[in-house]
Design a binder for this molecule. Structure first.
Ligand code: 0A1
Ligand code: ZN
Length: 873
């Protein structure tokens, strides 16, 4: 790995002699040479040929004689003027360079761009007849020449003009200050944003859109007009997003004291989008998957995701827009914090324990493997080649865990005092992760300096725990140890502060023996004493997942079984059940005798409990996925893992068919009921059905077909189809065909159809996926469709790792095709290959060869180059 981090530049393949893949390093940060307090943009809009005129007021920043450097990317200057006159300028690679004598100047540039030809979907691009922008992280430089870095904040004035029939709606950030008609059927609008912002928050939309309109009265009594813009036929699917937005606005006032700051807030849905959504100031642009929903086409998970993403983007107005990042190494400053905020919001409007379980599952499934593989990086990375590769689970989800941990250490009041100070101290500024921690310290009066290592040190700490009981002394001692494995560029690790919510539970009484403690393990090895331990204690540790570590606790026989039925803390109870499952799964995958009886008993007790709610039951009895099991193996054999998991599922399905049938049949909810209870009942219904089908595929198929046919909502329908998709039964193809017939004109539902087949646990999934890639509805240029097929397949552990290597070949081929159009999205397919070293030798070699083939491809993007070369290093 050292090569990429320390070498200044890595040569790109020959076909691209002009570009070198330069690593940008955090330690090289220097404040901007020139500031741009004001910018005025003029757009003559046209899908094929848009003219952009930029007028920048520039100011020398500090005492230096360096020229003005304006970033550009795939744009050429038609004209450049300085203070109204033709000027001397030069290109340095993609950047426009001007020598300026004075400390201030007005720079005017003109460029021509083609939104229709912009397949990267960065900058100004066309989607479904509309024009829209995506500027984070470095897309603004594809629109106009500008110092495109987040610490240059400007006031924006935007004028746009375009065909009034094609683009009746013209939107940008801030307030619309004027509009009017122009010649030849054109019209124009002018927008002004009073808040200085970095260029990555600029947005523009032009299209034939309709709005779902509403309003929100803020805590100080101001009325804010809200609008969600979509194609008119999609209007009926926007109400949930609108309801979520209003809930989020009220929540941020109540929980963080944050009020919205403009009189207008717009959301626009687009069908071609590289990520989930974007927090452009007052003009959020969304992947339509996170806006559109109704009972017939969206699952409960889709509804939850919409609420989560709407809230996330809205919360960015403060954590991201009002206080932004100094440089892209600080990305977690806004993303980790905003994920923590959206997680807390979703917990508050739903079920906190279930939300916590879901969040930890995502962290373990995506971030833990990332942190243990060749792409591991700190929450605040030290270097990157392409910043687009750092919108990762580490920056987002581990970043959120770090903030959650700080909030746990401080407690709610002090944490709030800290965030209040952070927002007031840095309002209107571009800040750093250090600034954030400092504000929490100053606001709370608590020294948090030891915790900063969580931003700089990569890797998931491993904690071992052993509880010793001294019955004679009525005491117990908890022996803790921590270890962090080396990660790329960090061969030696320092101990970290690890706050573990811990309690001892009486093995007999099932009661907590003393109040819960927050034990901070900050040495390599530490022992903690508990007094008044009058009965045999059980260890309940890292409750609520208070810190993102792997805990390996030494357990007495029967201890997990007992905790699985008594631990009053829901996460810890879930954890005990999952750990029981994991033991059986790992033993099975190693070819050891696996005893499924304790798992079957724990699942039975969970299903029969009168106190647990259905959503919790569904989470708790879900068997860990193949890739989670793989994380526990020394050498990964996907067939053995799959067989072990199937055999445990079958044992539960046959052993508990009565209880599972009961859970499957539990009813009394309507499809439109989105209460946490109703969602939980539906979830449990399908989870139980999956286990039943594992025990008896024929009965499972009949029940799944019945659920599919009867469904009045997408949750039940998709749940049933997902189970059928993995079975070898006649009902399978019939249901897939019926689903296609009914929903073929709805792109978001068709995405599900592709994804369900790509996720199928079948020996012929590779063939099915190859066939689907040639299906007339498959379009590689649409990121959602590509992710549905290729992204889902890359996460289908057993099928992707097919021993003949055909899964690898398929993903590599499609990734290379996608890279020619959209490098950012293509690069996100690479991590499926990343952990090749852990696999049994035959697959490891096949994966390595596939990565070598990718990196040797002519014209490879720097996005894919970075991920593949790091994976091979
Ligand atoms: N800031 C956005 C994520 C985002 C990042 C890059 C993008 O480029 C295509 C788009 C969106 C968020 O956290 O929601
Ligand atoms: Zn975000």
């Amino acid at each position: 790995m050292a090569d990429i981090r320390t070498t200044a530049a890595v040569a790109a393949p020959e076909t691209q002699p002009s570009t070198e893949h330069v690593a940008i390093r955090r330690e090289d940060y220097r404040p901007p040479d020139w500031l741009v307090p004001e910018i005025s943009l003029d757009f003559q809009l046209d899908a094929d040929r848009t003219i952009v005129r930029g007028t920048l007021q520039v100011e020398r920043n500090g005492d230096h004689d360096r020229p003005l450097r304006l970033d550009g990317d795939e744009i050429a200057a038609l004209s450049v003027k300085v203070d109204g006159a033709d000027a001397d300028w030069r290109m340095d690679g993609p950047a426009l360079v001007i020598d300026l004598a004075g400390d201030r100047a007005t720079i005017e540039t003109e460029v021509e761009i083609s939104p229709a030809a912009n397949t990267k979907l960065m900058g100004l691009y066309a989607s479904g007849g509309m024009l829209c922008t995506q500027c984070e992280a470095e897309g603004f430089r594809r629109i106009t020449f500008f110092p495109d870095r987040p610490d240059v904040l400007s006031k924006y004035h935007v004028r746009m003009e375009g065909n009034a029939t094609l683009f009746p709606v013209l939107l940008s950030n801030g307030n619309r200050i004027a509009l009017g008609d122009a010649a030849e059927g054109r019209h124009w609008a002018e927008w002004q944003d009073p808040f200085p912002k970095p260029s990555y928050l600029f947005a523009l939309v032009a299209g034939d859109l309709e709005a779902n309109r509403d309003s929100f009265t803020t805590m100080s009594g101001r009325q804010v007009d809200l609008a969600i813009w979509v194609r008119s036929s999609d209007l009926p699917k926007t109400q949930h997003a609108m309801d979520s937005l209003k809930l989020a606005m009220a929540w941020d006032e109540r929980v963080y004291g944050r009020e919205y700051d403009l009189d207008l807030f717009n959301i626009v849905a687009v069908s071609d989008f590289n990520m989930g959504a974007m927090e452009n100031k007052s003009l959020n642009i969304f992947n339509s998957a996170y806006v559109l929903a109704d009972q017939d086409t969206a699952t409960d998970a889709d509804f939850d995701n919409i609420a989560r993403v709407v809230a996330h983007e809205y919360f960015h107005n403060w954590s991201g827009d009002r206080v932004t990042c100094r440089d892209w190494f600080q990305l977690s400053l806004k993303e980790g914090f905003t994920v923590f905020r959206d997680q807390s919001f979703s917990a508050d409007v739903g079920s906190p324990p279930v939300k916590r379980i879901e969040d930890v599952r995502v962290l373990r499934a995506v971030q833990f493997p990332e942190d243990a593989g060749p792409l591991a990086h700190p929450v605040r990375p030290d270097s990157y080649i392409e910043i687009g590769n750092f919108y990762t689970a580490t920056v987002y989800n581990k970043g959120a865990e770090v903030i959650r941990m700080l909030a746990t250490v401080l407690g709610p009041e002090k944490f709030r005092a800290g965030t209040d100070l952070y927002f007031s101290r840095h309002d209107g500024e571009a800040a750093t992760c250090d600034d954030f921690v400092k504000a929490l310290e100053d606001g709370s009066g608590v020294d948090l300096s030891a915790f900063k290592i969580w931003y700089s040190q990569a890797g998931t700490p491993k904690v071992t725990a052993r509880l010793e009981h001294d019955a004679a002394a009525n005491a117990a001692t908890l022996h803790l140890e921590q270890k962090v494995d080396p990660t790329p560029g960090q061969p030696v690790k320092a101990p970290m502060p690890i706050p573990l919510r811990t309690v001892l539970i009486g093995a007999e009484s099932g009661a907590e023996l003393a109040p819960e403690r927050l034990i901070v393990l900050d040495e390599p090895r530490q022992s903690v004493r508990f007094d008044n331990v009058s009965e045999l204690p059980l260890l309940s540790i890292n409750r609520g997942f208070s810190v993102p570590v792997v805990v390996k606790a030494e357990r007495r026989p029967g201890e997990l079984e007992r905790l699985a039925q008594t631990d009053p803390e829901p996460f810890a109870r879930y954890e005990a059940i999952q750990e029981l499952m994991m033991r059986a799964l790992v033993a099975g995958a190693r070819g050891e005798a696996a005893d499924s009886a304790p798992v079957v008993a724990a699942v039975a007790a969970t299903l029969q409990s009168n106190s647990l709610d259905p959503a919790f039951k569904a989470e708790a009895i879900l068997i860990p996925g193949d890739s989670m099991i793989a994380e526990r193996m020394d050498e990964v054999d996907p067939d053995a893992i799959h067989a072990s998991r199937e055999s445990l599922r079958e044992a539960i399905g046959t052993g508990l068919s009565g209880a599972l049938l009961g859970a499957h049949r539990s009813d009394g909810v309507e499809g439109h009921d989105l209460s946490p209870r109703a969602k939980g009942i539906r979830r449990l219904r399908t989870v139980a059905l999956g286990l039943l089908a594992a025990g008896d595929p024929q009965q499972g198929a009949a029940l799944a077909k019945a659920q599919f046919d009867r469904a009045d909502n997408m949750t039940d329908r998709q749940g049933a189809l997902g189970i059928l998709a993995s079975l070898d039964v006649p009902e399978r193809q019939a249901a897939l065909d019926a689903f296609y017939e009914r929903f073929q004109d709805d792109p978001l539902v068709l995405d599900k159809w592709f994804a369900l087949q790509a996720a199928a646990q079948r020996s012929d999934t590779v063939d099915q996926v190859l066939r689907l890639a040639a299906h007339p509805d498959f379009t590689i240029s649409n990121p959602n469709r590509l992710r549905s097929l290729a992204g889902t397949f890359g996460g289908n552990h057993w099928a992707f790792h097919s021993p003949d290597g055909r899964g690898y070949a398929f993903l590599a081929d499609i990734l290379l095709d996608a890279d020619k159009l959209n490098p950012q999205v293509a690069a996100r397919l690479v991590p499926a290959f990343g952990r090749w070293r852990r696999f049994e030798p035959k697959r490891a070699e096949l994966m390595r060869q596939t990565l070598e083939r990718i990196v040797a491809a002519p014209g490879l993007s720097k996005d894919v180059f970075e991920q593949v070369s790091k994976s091979l290093a």
